[in-house]
Ligand binder design. Structure first.
Ligand code: SF4
Length: 710
């Protein structure tokens, strides 16, 4: 076949999947179909793309599943019908006004996504906190990043990733805790693999109850029991202290809390710690020696630490290893939380969590509230100091009836929330549900009173911030199908119809300019940044203040002055006891959930791509033969997994890569096949970390049986 002539000038954008944030060059063929290739000039990926990024064009070229027009049902028993934008938004305005008048502003909520662009996050946060008068705006980033946010804040004084991606290439020890970047952050991991090839002395430590692809280049895999991460980190800390491998000068001059930390890590002997973790004492010592001998040491983690009922303390215990060794603010050193979603960090920058204000300002701080109120030109005292509902709390409050209406943007909670059948009950009880999405297949549509079609990737412009503080621009390349609109435009139209001022933005660049101006003088100041600079440089790291000549800030804390009141970092101490659901004779196995290489979240995009479905085509349960054999389970048998919340049925995959006593299911599958029996969140529990409010996805008590048809 003759190659299609490329007719459009190339435009640059950013991958809309994981938090690595790879740069992409987009072109169109003669049939207006998108063609993608890696952007060689982008500092993050230097031209590389993983399997998901390489196949992104399929997800936008195939418009068969797109929502094209606003739809509405006139009562809960009627089907959705096509209506105009005015009719859909007028109805939503009328219902929101009536509910707010009768029950108060906290009777409504917005549930957004780490896949929203920064500009979209900004306007929905402004609408909710500044004008509706509620803090009920939270996002699915609560499900993946909030423990890291709190960890950074408590230890460093600010939600701030200290390192640059380039630091990974000059570190000589990287400790990957509770993460599988080889599958979940592939391009970043390729950079680490290349660094390891160049420098065989680079030591890689992995801690994970599963032997994953990431372990293939690890010098040591600490296959710990789920929930024992703090014990492991404390034990490594103890070894470093005993071996004299800590940085006394840094500890004395730049930190608080070391003495308490020292006594807390010495409370458990190394032998006991090894027993609790289910690993060899000698392996703990070896890992500690790699760290102790390193000139540059990076800790890298993601959901294995974050998604836990003790997620905040897991984060703090790992960051402590950087602090006691002084490995922060130096080349090749620092703590580094990987974000799961492409714009989890951008959402936090605009304050898109129920306890935050723009530019990481604090809701509870009156001066911060007043700064924002003055900037938004709203009366002082408008912003409520009380935190709003978090992700899981919103669905709990729909169940109790306290929350009446929810507006769901760009996320699919009926697959992704823990204890999802409880969340589904909440949606059934809601008085009013708005769903704003690109896909006509998301499960929430069955409960929607109003459906608002949104523009997808390449159909709108904006920005995102990746896991390394790199802010990156996304071009609009094609028009959205039907009457779909950019998410920010939908929110602004609604706000104007509500009668609110401050939503007359000419385009996304004006929203960005307002957001950037509001950061001025804060720790994340990007007031010197605009779309023009981003288009030229492709990606820059915040902060980027006005009058700044340098291209962003590669590494934070080089002066070892932290964002705490006394400018010292906090080495914090706490118990290492796990608080997860107890195992019982009825539910004796630990279920942990996670991603697979070629699927993304709830498969609304990757599920459309045949090439990606070929990698692993259906959900499964990974189980050790030691647990399968006594249950008469063989490879590929159908098994039923049950917990106190519900059950699922999938094929068993027998593997010695997972520890006995632990089973794994991917998070991606759900109702798309019109059966919820492959939806892992039927099983997960609704416990949350008391500080970060992040769910405990990595530890639910379950039973597994061979499934026999009655
Ligand atoms: Fe996209 Fe992440 Fe793959 Fe990069 S590594 S191409 S950001 S999915």
């Amino acid at each position: 076949m003759k190659e299609q002539k490329k007719i459009s000038p190339k435009k640059t954008t950013t991958c809309c999947y994981c938090g690595v944030g790879c740069g992409i060059v987009v072109n169109k063929d003669a049939h207006e179909r998108i063609i993608v290739e890696g952007d060689k000039s982008h500092p993050v990926n230097k031209g590389m793309l993983c399997s998901k990024g390489l196949n992104l064009h399929y997800t936008v070229n195939d418009k068969s599943d797109r929502l094209l027009y606003p739809e509405m049902r006139y009562n809960k028993n009627m089907p959705l019908q096509r209506v105009s934008w005015d009719v859909a938004l007028d109805r939503t305005v009328a219902v929101f006004k009536a509910l707010i008048k009768k029950y108060g502003p906290d009777s409504v909520a917005f549930y957004a996504s780490g896949q929203c662009l920064t500009e979209e996050y900004y306007v929905v946060n402004k609408l909710t906190k500044g004008f509706i008068g509620s803090n009920n705006i939270d996002t699915n980033s609560r499900l993946c990043m909030s423990s890291a946010v709190v960890g950074y804040k408590m230890s460093l004084g600010e939600d701030s990733v200290p390192i640059s991606y380039d630091d990974l290439e000059i570190a000589d020890c990287i400790f990957v805790a509770g993460a599988n970047p080889a599958w979940c952050h592939p391009i970043l991991w390729r950079r680490v693999e290349a660094a390891k090839q160049k420098n065989p002395d680079l030591k890689i430590i992995v801690s994970d109850p599963r032997k994953t692809q990431t372990c293939s280049i690890a010098d040591i895999h600490l296959q710990l029991n789920p929930g024992t991460d703090i014990t492991l980190h404390h034990a490594i800390g103890r070894c470093l202290i005993e071996d004299g491998k800590i940085d006394h000068e840094f500890i004395n001059n730049k930190t608080n809390g070391y003495e308490n930390y020292r006594s807390s890590v010495f409370q458990t002997s190394l032998t006991d710690a090894a027993g609790i973790c289910g690993i060899k004492e000698s392996d703990i010592r070896l890992a500690a020696s790699y760290i102790g001998n390193a000139k540059g040491f990076i800790t890298m983690w993601t959901m294995g630490l974050n998604q836990s009922v003790i997620g905040t303390n897991k984060n703090l215990s790992l960051i402590n290893l950087n602090l006691i060794t002084g490995h922060i603010g130096k080349p090749g050193s620092g703590p580094f939380s990987l974000t799961g979603q492409p714009n989890a960090m951008g959402g936090r920058e605009v304050g898109g969590l129920s306890n935050l204000l723009p530019a990481h300002r604090i809701l509870a701080n009156e001066r911060h509230r007043n700064e924002v109120e003055q900037f938004w030109q709203i009366p002082l005292g408008t912003i409520n100091p009380k935190p709003g509902l978090t992700a899981t709390e919103m669905f709990d409050e729909l169940n109790t009836g306290k929350l009446k209406a929810i507006w769901i943007l760009c996320t699919n909670p009926l697959i992704s929330l823990p204890d999802v059948r409880n969340a589904e009950q909440g949606l059934k009880k809601a008085k009013f549900v708005v769903v704003q999405d690109i896909s006509n297949k998301v499960e929430t549509l069955q409960y929607a009173d109003v459906v608002l079609p949104a523009a997808a990737w390449t159909e709108k412009e904006g920005t995102m911030t990746n896991a390394g503080r790199y802010i990156s621009y996304l071009s609009k390349v094609t028009n959205a199908p039907g009457e779909a609109l950019a998410d920010s435009e939908i929110i602004c139209r609604f706000a104007r119809k509500m009668g609110y001022h401050g939503f007359n933005f000419k385009d996304a660049s004006e929203i960005y300019a307002e957001h950037a101006a509001l950061t001025e003088g804060t720790n994340i100041d990007i007031s010197g940044l605009n779309y023009q600079i981003l288009k030229e440089k492709r990606a820059v790291q915040w902060p980027y203040p006005k009058l700044e000549k340098r291209p962003g800030t590669a590494r934070l804390f080089e002066d070892h002055e932290f964002y705490t009141p006394d400018k010292k970092a906090n080495i914090l101490s706490f118990s290492d006891k796990n608080q997860s659901e107890a195992l019982t004779p009825q539910n004796p196995l630990i279920l942990t959930t996670g991603r697979i290489r070629d699927q993304w979240h709830t498969r609304s995009k990757t599920g459309k791509v045949n090439k990606l479905n070929q990698h692993i085509s259906e959900s499964f349960l990974e189980i050790n033969p030691d647990d399968a054999t006594p249950r008469n389970i063989k490879d590929a048998d159908i098994v039923e997994i049950s917990s106190l919340r519900g059950n699922v049925r999938v094929k068993a995959k027998l593997s010695t890569d997972i520890k006995p006593g632990v089973v794994f299911m991917p998070m991606h599958w759900g109702l798309i096949l019109k059966s919820d029996l492959n939806r892992v969140n039927n099983l997960t529990n609704n416990l949350i970390d008391p500080i970060s409010k992040e769910p405990d996805f990595k530890y639910s008590a379950v039973q597994v049986k061979l499934y026999k048809k009655e």
